[in-house]
Ligand binder design. Structure first.
Ligand code: SAH
Length: 283
């Protein structure tokens, strides 16, 4: 196991030639601390959250647990089976991750724009992927003292940070990578008030995985490529599981589950999905 770990949160900055692509990218990549995420003091909230409370209709109570309970009950009706996932999604206030103009849609089953041409996945899809992820064989073996699932999870595509927050309630350690600096910073701002000590935000090309945090019990991608990068399966533990959208031969994206077993990898192709593209390099 890798014993040298960087301090987090850290930036995986691009190689000096700036493109971060190709086989040489790993060697040239430098790891540079970007400074700690300091918790917001007192009762103040990050600017996006203040904007939320200003625009949230009075009485509707987007802050209220009941709103999230309603969303989760609908997901359970639609097939969400894991009580852990349901509980984690009940805890995270989705409206704190979307722009103030969209807060009224935050608990609807819809994907929403988060800037830079990217989207936050709809709750149904988040629930479905996490439902699959927590069923990895490795999680039947041991529990973490915190009550979370023991082991580390790698998320590719931090986006606005919503799913990273949900993951933080499920797994002992969360490593979340984003290639767009603007969104990496947005997620850091969004997550600051939640004080999630087990979430490590990384600016880097998730196609390379993050070897220094490996091995992972689970890997989840919020962006879809033509294949599952071998870096990801290399960085999974035996008994671990990867869930990602992947373009199939017919040109359609589908959800793919890869399990790493003693005897190799098993692939299962599930339902059609629509995710933003997985791209290499930083921007
Ligand atoms: N989980 C996110 C969803 C983000 S959308 C949320 O809860 O908001 C998918 C994200 O994947 C986008 O932000 C996109 O920039 C990012 N992405 C695409 N390719 C990537 C790569 N190679 N490495 C890291 N992030 C990537």
């Amino acid at each position: 196991m890798n014993t040298r770990r960087p301090r987090f949160p850290a930036d995986l900055t691009a190689s000096p030639n700036g493109n971060g692509r190709g086989p040489g990218a790993t060697a040239k990549t430098s790891l540079k601390p970007s400074g700690p995420v300091s918790p917001v003091s007192g009762h103040s909230m990050p600017s996006s959250a203040s904007a939320v409370s200003a625009t949230a209709p009075r009485g509707l109570g987007l802050d209220s647990l009941a709103v999230r309970e309603r969303m989760v009950s609908r997901l359970v009706e639609q097939g969400l089976s894991s009580k852990r996932v349901a509980e984690a999604m009940r805890q995270v206030e989705r409206h704190r991750f979307v722009d103030s103009a969209l807060v009224n849609q935050a608990y609807e089953d819809t994907s929403l724009p988060i800037g830079l041409g990217q989207t936050i996945s709809k709750p149904n899809v988040v629930g479905r992927m996490l439902d699959l992820l927590v069923q990895a064989p490795v999680f039947t073996q041991s529990a973490h003292p915190s009550g979370r699932l023991a082991g580390r999870v790698l998320e590719v595509g931090t986006g606005c940070g919503y799913q990273a927050a949900v993951l933080s309630h499920l797994f002992a350690e969360v490593y979340s990578m984003e290639r767009l600096k603007g969104l990496h910073e947005k997620a850091r701002d969004n997550l600051r008030a939640f004080r999630l000590a087990n979430v490590h935000l990384l600016l880097g090309d998730g196609m390379l995985g993050f070897p220094r945090g490996a091995p992972y019990a689970a890997i989840i991608s919020a962006a879809g490529g033509d294949d599952v990068p071998s870096n990801w399966t290399d960085q999974l533990v035996v008994g671990g599981r990867l869930v990602a959208p992947c373009t199939q031969k017919n040109g359609q994206q589908a959800l793919v589950v890869v399990d790493k077993t003693e005897s190799g990898l098993t692939h299962s192709v599930l339902e059609a999905v629509h995710f933003v593209p997985l791209k290499s390099g930083l921007a």
